[in-house]
Structures are given as structure tokens and as C-alpha cells.
Unconditional design. Structure first.
Length: 204
């Protein structure tokens, strides 16, 4: 059996409502998302509301939403609300005009068996797991906002580091040179003192 486009659109509209997280959705918005005309969308919504699948509200703050939980909506029930479940084979009539031909009864039984398989599945089985509603921020984000930023060490330019090292090295060199000069002066003084003592002894 081949289902009509109307049935496919009806199921997609119900899936869209299931993803709205118990919020009313504008029919025009649904039509734009699903790529169908607003006229067809309103017609299908009217059928679904009459069948009790959705709750429709008119007005500025109106819209549509599921009338019951997705787990309670059977796919077979949606098909019965949209499709004609009466099978009539052209040219096949019973003994009386009001009677159904045996072939029509067979096809109706086959159709009911087909819909019976769909009854074993609900809207929750085919609705997306990810909700289309506003996503809530992660719990960790609040903690991240509350946490104070950690102070990091200030970056120092390489030129500054090099200048400081050079200045330290130069200071160390100066200290070493000053120490050597003072030692040389002390040695010179000792040598002069020894020389003067020798001259004094020779004169004596």
C-alpha cells in the first residue's frame, strides 16, 4: 500500500510538535521548516486537531501542541485519521449493490493487517531524540563563570632578560677587576716597603 503525501505531512507535523517540548508552535513556522504550503499545513492541522492528536489555539499567542504524550499516539491511528480505510475494487460488487464483494473484503482485511503493524509503533519511536526547544546551558558553565580567573606570570621580553643578564655579568666583571687592582696595589706597597728597608740597612 502506498500512503498519500497528506499522511506523510501529518506524521512530520506531529514529530515537529513533539520536539517543541510542550510549547505551542505556529503553524506557519512548521510549514516553513517542513517545506509545505501553509494552506496544506492548516488543513492537516485541522484534521489532526479533530482526531484529538494536537491541541490548537487561535490568536496572537496561539499555536499548536501535542494533546497527549508521544508514547500514546499510535502511527496506525494517524493513518486511520488521514487515509481512507475502505477498499473498493472497481467493478467488483456483491449479490446486492449494498453488499461488499469478497475481493473488497479481502483487501480491507489486508489493509487492517498493514495498519495493525503500524499500531505497534508510537510517535515516540520515530520522533527525534534531540529536542528542538531552547537548549539549557551546561551545569559546568555556571561554575566556570563563578570561578575567578587565575593570574598568570607576566611575560618578559627576551631583550629585557638579555639586558639584565648582561648588566649582572658586567657588574661581576667590574667587581673582579676592582679586586685585582686592589691586590696589585697591596703587592706594590709591600715591595716598596721592602726596598726602603734594604736601602736603610745598607746606609747603616
Amino acid at each position: 500500500m502506498r500512503l498519500t503525501k497528506t499522511t506523510g505531512h501529518a506524521i512530520r507535523i506531529l514529530i515537529d510538535c513533539a520536539g517543541a517540548d510542550d510549547e505551542r508552535v505556529k503553524v506557519a513556522s512548521i510549514a516553513n521548516r517542513l517545506g509545505i504550503s501553509q494552506l496544506n499545513a492548516f488543513k492537516i492541522v485541522h484534521i489532526l486537531a479533530k482526531a484529538g492528536f494536537i491541541d490548537a489555539m487561535r490568536g496572537r499567542n496561539g499555536g499548536v501542541m501535542l494533546a497527549t504524550a508521544p508514547e500514546a499516539i499510535r502511527i496506525g491511528s494517524i493513518v486511520r485519521a488521514i487515509e481512507s480505510t475502505e477498499m473498493i475494487v472497481a467493478g467488483a460488487t456483491g449479490a446486492k449493490k449494498r453488499d461488499k464483494a469478497p475481493i473488497n473484503t479481502i483487501f480491507e482485511d489486508a489493509l487492517e493487517a498493514f495498519i495493525g503493524v503500524l499500531d505497534s509503533h508510537t510517535l515516540a519511536d520515530i520522533a527525534p531524540a534531540v529536542k528542538r526547544a531552547k537548549t539549557k546551558p551546561a551545569k559546568d558553565s555556571k561554575a566556570l563563570k563563578a570561578a575567578k580567573p587565575v593570574k598568570t606570570a607576566k611575560s618578559v621580553k627576551p631583550s629585557v632578560v638579555l639586558a639584565k643578564s648582561l648588566s649582572k655579568h658586567g657588574a661581576a666583571k667590574n667587581k673582579a677587576s676592582i679586586g685585582k687592582a686592589s691586590m696589585a696595589k697591596a703587592v706594590a706597597k709591600k715591595a716598596m716597603a721592602k726596598g726602603s728597608s734594604r736601602r736603610n740597612s745598607l746606609r747603616a
